[in-house]
Design a protein around this ligand. Sequence first.
Ligand code: EPU
Length: 433
Amino acid sequence: MEKFVVTGGKPLFGEVNISGAKNAAVAIIPAVILCDEPCQIENIPNISDVTLISKILQQMGAKVRRINKSTLYIDPTHIGTYSATTDLVRGMRASYYLLGALLGRYGKAKVALPGGCNFGVRPIDQHLKGFEALGAETRLVDGAIIEAECEEGLTGSHVYLDVVSVGATMNIMLAACRAKGLTIIENAAKEPHIVDLANFLNSMGADIRGAGTDVIKVRGVSYMHGISYSIIPDQIEAGTYMCAAAATRGCVTITNITPKHLESISAKFREMGCKITEYDEALTIDATVKPLKRCNIKTMPHPGFPTDCQPQFTALLMGVPGTSIVNENVWDNRYQYISELVRMGAHISVEGRLAIIEGGTPLTAAPVKATDLRAGAAMIIAALQVSGTTEISSIQYIERGYEDVVEKFKSLGADIKKVYYSDDTEHELELRA
Ligand code: EPU
């Protein structure tokens, strides 16, 4: 059993380099299935979700080689199946992108239902609606596997999404890339990783216009060629380190980012009294200038405030005097982690989609667990604020999406380590890796 042990109470100072975007990488890697030649992808984050999706492609026959820590070479030309039903597939939410990619490439797909982060109901009805609009028949087999098939070959069509869905927008783009004719996706999501996936596919020869707006047009092509491509920086990882800097009243420069992707996040920090200085590919957040003020947050699809930064902000706001209100407007149930913060002395109550935070109460260290990826990041931010020692369990969720999280926090002066508890010996060993 692995845990993070954090002794907080010290402001963070220094510089941290942001990795490539997880939610772009987990779509772009399976998108290579659509390509007729090998591809090289750079700025890939070294996280367990990437390892998992790479292994899944290998199981299917692709050659996947890590050229260096952040570069993958993927040769899809030996993929000999349209089926992905192993436990590895079930273990990750983003494996649903295999459906769009396989359907787009082979006209059929058989993929185990996705697992992944543990919050709320996570339907994929809009993905399936899109595939059906392109002519595929979809069915759920044994309650655990989705089959999609179109004997005639997919044909472009109009798809209107009932909810703004990142996954459905990207999956329909994947399926439509090689379909006959024109597909129009309306009410599409506009996240930076949607634009990144479209740029990746267009570089391979696809014809996608409008990504980043709510109407995306995809004209099918018959051949897609190999390319070398670099993934965008992870705006949520950046937002997480900004929260940690503010929560500890420190000053941190965040490098390898696109400041424009962070606008809604930076605006909140400014509202709270932090000084944000933007550069071409970096920014500095300074929380030493004046006392931080409470604020309210409402999560929304891009360009609104991202739900994936909601738990981290809640952890920050619990240490800011006054009442802050968080409105989670994307997911039904993304507050499971709040009971962990309450163990540390936070005064937070949840009423439906609202979390009401009475900030500035005395906080103490406590054993807490990461209930999902961003909740885990929130636990680190909470722990960095208290002067005692906090143990965080279930850190496998955190490692799904944050590269070198211990090393990056340490480089900012945090006292954090990863420890291994052996159940047999009840002996604590510090991991040296
Ligand atoms: N929804 C439906 N039907 C669908 C799809 C979605 O009703 O077919 C609903 C969901 O229940 C939710 C809303 O639409 O209420 C938005 O869901 P979306 O499809 O946009 O989420 P996702 O694509 O499954 C991605 C990220 C999440 C992130 C959301 C929202 C990946 C692998 N995951 O999920 O990231 O929260 O978009 O931005 O890209 C994370 O990184 O921690 C994470 C959970």
